[in-house]
Design a protein around this ligand. Sequence first.
Ligand SMILES: NC(=O)c1ccc[n+]([C@@H]2O[C@H](COP(=O)([O-])OP(=O)(O)OC[C@H]3O[C@@H](n4cnc5c(N)ncnc54)[C@H](O)[C@@H]3O)[C@@H](O)[C@H]2O)c1
Length: 349
Amino acid sequence: MNAKTILVTGGAGYIGSHACVELLQDGFKVVVVDNLSNSKIESLNRVQQITGKKPSFYQTDIRDKQALADIFAKESPTTVIHFAGLKAVGESCDKPQLYYNNNVYGTLVLTDVMMHANVKQLVFSSSATVYGESSCPQYTENFPLGAINPYGRSKAMIEDILRDLSAADRNNQSKYPWKIALLRYFNPIGAHESGLIGEDPNGIPNNLMPYVAQVAIGKLKQLSIFGNDYPTPDGTGIRDYIHVVDLVKGHINAIAALNSESYKCGGCNAYNLGTGKGYSVLEIIDAFQKVTGKPINYKIAPRRSGDLAECFANPELALKELNWKVEKDLHDMVTDTWNWQTKNPQGYI
Ligand SMILES: NC(=O)c1ccc[n+]([C@@H]2O[C@H](COP(=O)([O-])OP(=O)(O)OC[C@H]3O[C@@H](n4cnc5c(N)ncnc54)[C@H](O)[C@@H]3O)[C@@H](O)[C@H]2O)c1
Protein backbone atom coordinates (compact mmCIF):
# COMPACT_ATOMS: atom_id res chain seq x y z
CA MET A 1 0.00 0.00 0.00
CA ASN A 2 1.11 3.51 -0.77
CA ALA A 3 -0.26 6.46 1.18
CA LYS A 4 1.31 9.14 -1.01
CA THR A 5 -1.02 11.80 -2.32
CA ILE A 6 -1.08 12.41 -6.07
CA LEU A 7 -2.69 15.59 -7.39
CA VAL A 8 -4.30 14.89 -10.76
CA THR A 9 -5.15 17.92 -12.89
CA GLY A 10 -7.86 17.10 -15.43
CA GLY A 11 -8.71 13.98 -13.43
CA ALA A 12 -12.39 14.00 -14.42
CA GLY A 13 -11.52 13.64 -18.12
CA TYR A 14 -11.12 10.56 -20.30
CA ILE A 15 -7.53 9.59 -19.47
CA GLY A 16 -7.54 11.26 -16.03
CA SER A 17 -10.50 9.22 -14.77
CA HIS A 18 -8.77 5.99 -15.81
CA ALA A 19 -5.62 7.18 -14.03
CA CYS A 20 -7.65 7.83 -10.87
CA VAL A 21 -8.84 4.21 -10.91
CA GLU A 22 -5.31 2.80 -11.23
CA LEU A 23 -3.89 5.18 -8.60
CA LEU A 24 -6.64 4.41 -6.07
CA GLN A 25 -6.31 0.68 -6.70
CA ASP A 26 -2.55 1.00 -6.12
CA GLY A 27 -3.19 2.61 -2.72
CA PHE A 28 -2.42 6.24 -3.56
CA LYS A 29 -4.56 9.06 -2.22
CA VAL A 30 -5.93 11.06 -5.13
CA VAL A 31 -6.83 14.74 -5.35
CA VAL A 32 -8.51 15.85 -8.58
CA VAL A 33 -8.43 19.45 -9.80
CA ASP A 34 -10.65 19.95 -12.83
CA ASN A 35 -12.74 22.88 -14.08
CA LEU A 36 -15.12 20.43 -15.85
CA SER A 37 -14.76 22.39 -19.11
CA ASN A 38 -14.64 19.09 -21.02
CA SER A 39 -15.90 16.51 -18.53
CA LYS A 40 -18.63 15.67 -16.07
CA ILE A 41 -18.43 14.98 -12.36
CA GLU A 42 -20.25 11.69 -12.99
CA SER A 43 -16.92 10.23 -14.19
CA LEU A 44 -15.59 10.51 -10.64
CA ASN A 45 -18.74 8.91 -9.18
CA ARG A 46 -18.02 6.00 -11.52
CA VAL A 47 -14.38 5.92 -10.36
CA GLN A 48 -15.73 5.48 -6.85
CA GLN A 49 -18.10 2.74 -8.05
CA ILE A 50 -15.15 0.82 -9.55
CA THR A 51 -12.66 1.28 -6.72
CA GLY A 52 -14.84 1.75 -3.63
CA LYS A 53 -12.74 4.86 -2.94
CA LYS A 54 -13.43 8.51 -3.54
CA PRO A 55 -10.87 10.96 -4.84
CA SER A 56 -10.99 14.45 -3.29
CA PHE A 57 -12.38 16.81 -5.90
CA TYR A 58 -11.95 20.54 -6.49
CA GLN A 59 -13.82 22.21 -9.33
CA THR A 60 -11.03 24.68 -9.99
CA ASP A 61 -9.27 26.10 -13.02
CA ILE A 62 -5.53 25.48 -12.83
CA ARG A 63 -5.02 29.11 -13.87
CA ASP A 64 -6.60 30.25 -10.57
CA LYS A 65 -3.31 30.55 -8.73
CA GLN A 66 -4.64 31.33 -5.26
CA ALA A 67 -7.20 28.53 -5.34
CA LEU A 68 -4.55 26.09 -6.56
CA ALA A 69 -2.08 27.20 -3.85
CA ASP A 70 -4.78 26.65 -1.22
CA ILE A 71 -5.36 23.10 -2.51
CA PHE A 72 -1.63 22.32 -2.34
CA ALA A 73 -1.47 23.70 1.22
CA LYS A 74 -4.47 21.62 2.30
CA GLU A 75 -3.69 18.35 0.53
CA SER A 76 0.15 18.20 0.58
CA PRO A 77 0.60 16.15 -2.61
CA THR A 78 4.00 14.61 -3.34
CA THR A 79 3.54 14.38 -7.11
CA VAL A 80 1.37 15.95 -9.80
CA ILE A 81 0.05 14.22 -12.91
CA HIS A 82 -0.89 17.03 -15.27
CA PHE A 83 -3.65 16.01 -17.69
CA ALA A 84 -5.60 19.31 -17.70
CA GLY A 85 -5.57 20.80 -21.16
CA LEU A 86 -7.60 21.41 -24.29
CA LYS A 87 -6.91 18.80 -26.97
CA ALA A 88 -8.86 19.38 -30.19
CA VAL A 89 -6.45 20.08 -33.07
CA GLY A 90 -9.10 21.72 -35.30
CA GLU A 91 -10.36 24.00 -32.52
CA SER A 92 -6.76 24.96 -31.70
CA CYS A 93 -6.34 26.26 -35.28
CA ASP A 94 -9.50 28.39 -34.89
CA LYS A 95 -8.74 29.58 -31.35
CA PRO A 96 -4.97 29.51 -30.83
CA GLN A 97 -5.06 32.04 -27.97
CA LEU A 98 -7.46 29.84 -26.04
CA TYR A 99 -5.10 26.89 -26.40
CA TYR A 100 -1.92 28.77 -25.48
CA ASN A 101 -3.67 30.42 -22.55
CA ASN A 102 -5.24 27.26 -21.19
CA ASN A 103 -2.42 24.83 -21.85
CA VAL A 104 0.78 26.90 -21.66
CA TYR A 105 -0.23 29.61 -19.19
CA GLY A 106 -2.08 26.97 -17.14
CA THR A 107 1.16 24.97 -16.85
CA LEU A 108 3.13 28.10 -15.88
CA VAL A 109 0.69 28.76 -13.04
CA LEU A 110 0.76 25.12 -11.97
CA THR A 111 4.56 24.87 -11.91
CA ASP A 112 4.80 28.19 -10.05
CA VAL A 113 2.43 26.93 -7.37
CA MET A 114 4.33 23.63 -7.23
CA MET A 115 7.65 25.43 -6.71
CA HIS A 116 6.23 27.52 -3.88
CA ALA A 117 4.80 24.36 -2.29
CA ASN A 118 8.14 22.57 -2.87
CA VAL A 119 6.42 19.82 -4.85
CA LYS A 120 8.76 19.13 -7.76
CA GLN A 121 7.69 15.76 -9.15
CA LEU A 122 5.63 16.01 -12.28
CA VAL A 123 4.26 13.61 -14.88
CA PHE A 124 3.09 15.56 -17.91
CA SER A 125 0.63 14.51 -20.67
CA SER A 126 2.50 15.27 -23.83
CA SER A 127 1.65 13.97 -27.25
CA ALA A 128 3.15 12.43 -30.36
CA THR A 129 1.96 15.62 -32.11
CA VAL A 130 5.17 17.31 -30.85
CA TYR A 131 7.19 15.39 -33.45
CA GLY A 132 7.96 16.87 -36.84
CA GLU A 133 7.62 14.98 -40.09
CA SER A 134 10.10 12.18 -40.46
CA SER A 135 11.12 9.81 -43.24
CA CYS A 136 11.05 6.97 -40.70
CA PRO A 137 7.50 6.17 -39.46
CA GLN A 138 8.66 4.73 -36.13
CA TYR A 139 9.26 7.65 -33.77
CA THR A 140 12.06 7.62 -31.21
CA GLU A 141 12.23 10.25 -28.46
CA ASN A 142 15.29 11.94 -29.96
CA PHE A 143 13.57 12.63 -33.31
CA PRO A 144 13.40 16.33 -34.17
CA LEU A 145 10.37 18.15 -32.80
CA GLY A 146 8.19 20.21 -35.12
CA ALA A 147 4.52 20.35 -34.22
CA ILE A 148 2.35 21.61 -37.07
CA ASN A 149 -0.69 23.04 -35.26
CA PRO A 150 -1.32 25.23 -32.18
CA TYR A 151 -2.39 22.26 -30.03
CA GLY A 152 0.84 20.38 -30.79
CA ARG A 153 2.89 23.56 -30.37
CA SER A 154 1.29 24.19 -26.96
CA LYS A 155 2.54 20.73 -25.90
CA ALA A 156 6.00 21.38 -27.38
CA MET A 157 6.20 24.76 -25.60
CA ILE A 158 5.27 23.13 -22.30
CA GLU A 159 7.95 20.49 -22.83
CA ASP A 160 10.48 23.31 -23.41
CA ILE A 161 9.38 25.11 -20.25
CA LEU A 162 9.69 21.93 -18.18
CA ARG A 163 13.12 21.10 -19.63
CA ASP A 164 14.25 24.66 -18.80
CA LEU A 165 13.00 24.38 -15.21
CA SER A 166 14.97 21.18 -14.79
CA ALA A 167 18.08 22.68 -16.43
CA ALA A 168 17.93 25.70 -14.10
CA ASP A 169 17.95 23.38 -11.09
CA ARG A 170 20.91 21.49 -12.53
CA ASN A 171 22.85 24.74 -13.06
CA ASN A 172 22.05 25.92 -9.54
CA GLN A 173 22.86 22.49 -8.09
CA SER A 174 19.50 22.59 -6.37
CA LYS A 175 19.22 20.26 -3.37
CA TYR A 176 15.64 19.47 -4.32
CA PRO A 177 15.57 19.39 -8.12
CA TRP A 178 12.64 18.96 -10.49
CA LYS A 179 11.93 15.34 -11.49
CA ILE A 180 9.79 15.35 -14.61
CA ALA A 181 8.50 12.70 -17.02
CA LEU A 182 7.13 13.96 -20.34
CA LEU A 183 4.87 11.17 -21.60
CA ARG A 184 4.24 11.38 -25.33
CA TYR A 185 1.00 9.57 -26.00
CA PHE A 186 0.23 8.02 -29.35
CA ASN A 187 -3.52 7.34 -29.88
CA PRO A 188 -5.30 6.38 -26.65
CA ILE A 189 -8.51 4.41 -27.19
CA GLY A 190 -10.60 1.86 -25.30
CA ALA A 191 -12.18 2.09 -21.89
CA HIS A 192 -12.10 0.47 -18.46
CA GLU A 193 -13.26 -3.14 -18.74
CA SER A 194 -16.21 -2.44 -16.40
CA GLY A 195 -17.75 -0.18 -19.07
CA LEU A 196 -18.35 2.40 -16.32
CA ILE A 197 -15.83 4.97 -17.56
CA GLY A 198 -14.74 5.79 -21.10
CA GLU A 199 -14.35 8.56 -23.65
CA ASP A 200 -17.35 10.91 -23.69
CA PRO A 201 -16.62 13.44 -26.43
CA ASN A 202 -18.54 16.68 -26.56
CA GLY A 203 -20.50 16.85 -29.83
CA ILE A 204 -19.07 15.13 -32.89
CA PRO A 205 -15.93 13.12 -32.00
CA ASN A 206 -12.58 14.27 -33.40
CA ASN A 207 -10.92 10.88 -33.04
CA LEU A 208 -11.42 7.72 -35.09
CA MET A 209 -12.46 5.21 -32.43
CA PRO A 210 -15.31 7.14 -30.75
CA TYR A 211 -16.49 8.12 -34.23
CA VAL A 212 -16.60 4.48 -35.37
CA ALA A 213 -18.38 3.52 -32.13
CA GLN A 214 -21.04 6.19 -32.69
CA VAL A 215 -21.58 5.04 -36.29
CA ALA A 216 -21.93 1.44 -35.06
CA ILE A 217 -24.53 2.41 -32.48
CA GLY A 218 -26.44 4.56 -35.01
CA LYS A 219 -25.76 8.00 -33.47
CA LEU A 220 -23.77 9.05 -36.55
CA LYS A 221 -24.59 8.02 -40.11
CA GLN A 222 -21.25 7.61 -41.81
CA LEU A 223 -17.51 7.66 -41.18
CA SER A 224 -15.26 9.60 -43.56
CA ILE A 225 -11.88 8.03 -44.26
CA PHE A 226 -9.53 10.85 -45.21
CA GLY A 227 -7.44 9.40 -48.02
CA ASN A 228 -7.07 5.85 -49.37
CA ASP A 229 -4.10 6.56 -51.60
CA TYR A 230 -1.34 6.70 -48.99
CA PRO A 231 1.74 4.52 -49.53
CA THR A 232 0.48 1.94 -47.00
CA PRO A 233 -0.65 -1.67 -47.71
CA ASP A 234 -4.38 -0.74 -47.95
CA GLY A 235 -3.91 2.95 -48.79
CA THR A 236 -5.35 4.30 -45.51
CA GLY A 237 -3.36 6.02 -42.75
CA ILE A 238 -1.61 3.93 -40.12
CA ARG A 239 -1.48 4.96 -36.44
CA ASP A 240 -0.36 3.47 -33.15
CA TYR A 241 -3.46 2.87 -30.97
CA ILE A 242 -2.92 2.24 -27.28
CA HIS A 243 -5.42 1.01 -24.69
CA VAL A 244 -6.13 3.77 -22.16
CA VAL A 245 -5.59 1.39 -19.23
CA ASP A 246 -2.11 0.47 -20.52
CA LEU A 247 -1.46 4.18 -21.02
CA VAL A 248 -2.35 5.17 -17.45
CA LYS A 249 -0.26 2.31 -16.07
CA GLY A 250 2.68 4.07 -17.75
CA HIS A 251 2.01 7.03 -15.43
CA ILE A 252 2.18 4.84 -12.32
CA ASN A 253 5.50 3.43 -13.56
CA ALA A 254 6.70 6.97 -14.26
CA ILE A 255 5.96 7.97 -10.65
CA ALA A 256 7.98 4.97 -9.46
CA ALA A 257 10.86 5.95 -11.76
CA LEU A 258 10.85 9.56 -10.51
CA ASN A 259 11.16 8.20 -6.96
CA SER A 260 14.02 5.86 -7.90
CA GLU A 261 17.81 6.20 -7.76
CA SER A 262 17.98 7.08 -11.45
CA TYR A 263 16.22 10.41 -10.79
CA LYS A 264 18.14 11.12 -7.55
CA CYS A 265 19.77 14.19 -9.09
CA GLY A 266 16.60 15.31 -10.86
CA GLY A 267 15.93 15.39 -14.59
CA CYS A 268 13.34 15.87 -17.28
CA ASN A 269 12.94 13.08 -19.83
CA ALA A 270 10.50 12.26 -22.60
CA TYR A 271 9.04 8.77 -23.10
CA ASN A 272 6.87 7.48 -25.91
CA LEU A 273 3.76 5.65 -24.73
CA GLY A 274 2.59 3.54 -27.65
CA THR A 275 2.48 -0.12 -28.60
CA GLY A 276 5.12 0.06 -31.34
CA LYS A 277 2.65 -1.38 -33.85
CA GLY A 278 0.45 0.53 -36.26
CA TYR A 279 -3.03 -0.26 -37.60
CA SER A 280 -4.66 1.26 -40.66
CA VAL A 281 -8.10 2.89 -40.59
CA LEU A 282 -9.50 -0.05 -42.56
CA GLU A 283 -7.98 -2.52 -40.08
CA ILE A 284 -9.66 -0.66 -37.20
CA ILE A 285 -13.01 -0.74 -39.02
CA ASP A 286 -12.59 -4.44 -39.73
CA ALA A 287 -11.75 -5.21 -36.08
CA PHE A 288 -14.78 -3.19 -34.98
CA GLN A 289 -17.11 -5.00 -37.36
CA LYS A 290 -15.83 -8.39 -36.16
CA VAL A 291 -16.28 -7.57 -32.45
CA THR A 292 -19.67 -5.87 -32.75
CA GLY A 293 -21.15 -7.79 -35.68
CA LYS A 294 -22.32 -4.41 -37.00
CA PRO A 295 -21.41 -3.04 -40.43
CA ILE A 296 -19.65 0.34 -40.35
CA ASN A 297 -20.89 2.70 -43.03
CA TYR A 298 -17.97 4.69 -44.44
CA LYS A 299 -16.97 6.78 -47.42
CA ILE A 300 -13.61 7.81 -48.82
CA ALA A 301 -12.92 11.55 -48.55
CA PRO A 302 -9.90 13.59 -49.69
CA ARG A 303 -6.73 13.55 -47.59
CA ARG A 304 -6.53 16.17 -44.80
CA SER A 305 -3.54 18.50 -44.89
CA GLY A 306 -0.95 17.66 -42.25
CA ASP A 307 -1.96 13.98 -41.94
CA LEU A 308 0.95 11.56 -42.21
CA ALA A 309 0.74 8.22 -44.01
CA GLU A 310 2.14 6.27 -41.11
CA CYS A 311 3.21 7.01 -37.55
CA PHE A 312 3.93 4.68 -34.66
CA ALA A 313 6.02 4.65 -31.52
CA ASN A 314 9.33 3.16 -30.65
CA PRO A 315 8.47 2.32 -27.01
CA GLU A 316 11.87 0.84 -26.06
CA LEU A 317 12.94 3.71 -23.79
CA ALA A 318 9.77 3.39 -21.68
CA LEU A 319 10.49 -0.33 -21.32
CA LYS A 320 14.10 0.31 -20.32
CA GLU A 321 13.64 3.27 -17.98
CA LEU A 322 10.03 2.99 -16.78
CA ASN A 323 9.82 -0.81 -16.90
CA TRP A 324 6.59 -0.39 -18.86
CA LYS A 325 5.05 -2.18 -21.79
CA VAL A 326 1.52 -2.68 -23.06
CA GLU A 327 -0.52 -5.73 -22.09
CA LYS A 328 -3.66 -5.23 -24.17
CA ASP A 329 -4.21 -5.77 -27.90
CA LEU A 330 -6.51 -4.35 -30.57
CA HIS A 331 -9.25 -6.85 -29.72
CA ASP A 332 -9.28 -5.58 -26.10
CA MET A 333 -9.33 -1.96 -27.30
CA VAL A 334 -12.33 -2.54 -29.55
CA THR A 335 -14.21 -4.80 -27.10
CA ASP A 336 -13.83 -2.29 -24.25
CA THR A 337 -14.80 0.68 -26.44
CA TRP A 338 -17.96 -1.15 -27.53
CA ASN A 339 -18.79 -2.23 -23.98
CA TRP A 340 -18.57 1.42 -22.81
CA GLN A 341 -20.53 2.69 -25.84
CA THR A 342 -23.39 0.20 -25.48
CA LYS A 343 -23.67 0.69 -21.71
CA ASN A 344 -23.54 4.51 -22.07
CA PRO A 345 -25.03 5.39 -25.49
CA GLN A 346 -25.46 9.04 -24.42
CA GLY A 347 -22.15 9.17 -22.50
CA TYR A 348 -22.31 10.37 -18.89
CA ILE A 349 -25.75 11.77 -18.16
N1 LIG B 1 -6.97 11.70 -25.82
C1 LIG B 1 -5.96 11.80 -26.67
O1 LIG B 1 -6.04 11.34 -27.82
C2 LIG B 1 -4.66 12.46 -26.24
C3 LIG B 1 -3.49 12.24 -27.00
C4 LIG B 1 -2.31 12.86 -26.60
C5 LIG B 1 -2.29 13.68 -25.48
N2 LIG B 1 -3.44 13.90 -24.77
C6 LIG B 1 -3.41 14.81 -23.62
O2 LIG B 1 -3.82 14.10 -22.46
C7 LIG B 1 -4.51 14.97 -21.58
C8 LIG B 1 -5.83 14.35 -21.20
O3 LIG B 1 -6.58 14.09 -22.39
P1 LIG B 1 -8.05 13.51 -22.34
O4 LIG B 1 -8.24 12.77 -23.62
O5 LIG B 1 -8.31 12.84 -21.07
O6 LIG B 1 -8.86 14.87 -22.45
P2 LIG B 1 -10.16 15.33 -21.65
O7 LIG B 1 -10.65 16.58 -22.28
O8 LIG B 1 -11.11 14.20 -21.50
O9 LIG B 1 -9.55 15.66 -20.21
C9 LIG B 1 -8.91 16.89 -19.91
C10 LIG B 1 -9.52 17.40 -18.61
O10 LIG B 1 -8.88 18.63 -18.25
C11 LIG B 1 -9.88 19.53 -17.81
N3 LIG B 1 -9.34 20.88 -18.03
C12 LIG B 1 -9.03 21.49 -19.20
N4 LIG B 1 -8.53 22.71 -18.98
C13 LIG B 1 -8.51 22.89 -17.63
C14 LIG B 1 -8.11 23.95 -16.78
N5 LIG B 1 -7.64 25.11 -17.27
N6 LIG B 1 -8.22 23.81 -15.44
C15 LIG B 1 -8.71 22.65 -14.91
N7 LIG B 1 -9.11 21.62 -15.67
C16 LIG B 1 -9.01 21.72 -17.01
C17 LIG B 1 -11.13 19.20 -18.63
O11 LIG B 1 -12.33 19.61 -18.01
C18 LIG B 1 -11.02 17.68 -18.73
O12 LIG B 1 -11.68 17.04 -17.66
C19 LIG B 1 -4.64 16.30 -22.32
O13 LIG B 1 -3.64 17.17 -21.85
C20 LIG B 1 -4.41 15.94 -23.77
O14 LIG B 1 -3.86 17.00 -24.49
C21 LIG B 1 -4.62 13.29 -25.12
